[in-house]
Design a protein around this ligand. Sequence first.
Ligand SMILES: [Zn+2]
Ligand SMILES: [Zn+2]
Length: 138
Amino acid sequence: MAEFKLSGGCFCGGVRYTVNAPAVDTHHCHCSICRKFHGAIFVTLSIFPRDAFQYDTGTANLGTYNSSEKVHRHFCKTCGCPVTLDLVENPGLIAVATGTIDNGQWPGSPKNELRHAFAPSKVGWFEIADKLPQHEGL
Ligand SMILES: [Zn+2]
Ligand SMILES: [Zn+2]
């Protein structure tokens, strides 16, 4: 298998990261917390093995907002871009806002597991019109 690598970062480039293993999961999250935090009606998140992920620059520029005891959300203090989420109960994993990956690269997770998470929490006026599974929770 070819070596997997991707890079990404926030909008202003102050926070940069690289990952050297494919994501284990990618999903579109419709939960109300992601909606407000990202300012988008849903957000795509990719979960990577924590030991495959590293910040290259900007860790001092990361702000943290604990949206719950279980999820600590990190954003760039300069441009405000949400970048990563620590899953406190799963320290071996890290969630990355998929849209921060450079050049729209596919994060490498199994494509047949792409789905809509927390679909019942979506905004009422948005119709999910694709054929992906819609889950009540994750
Ligand atoms: Zn930034
Ligand atoms: Zn969410």
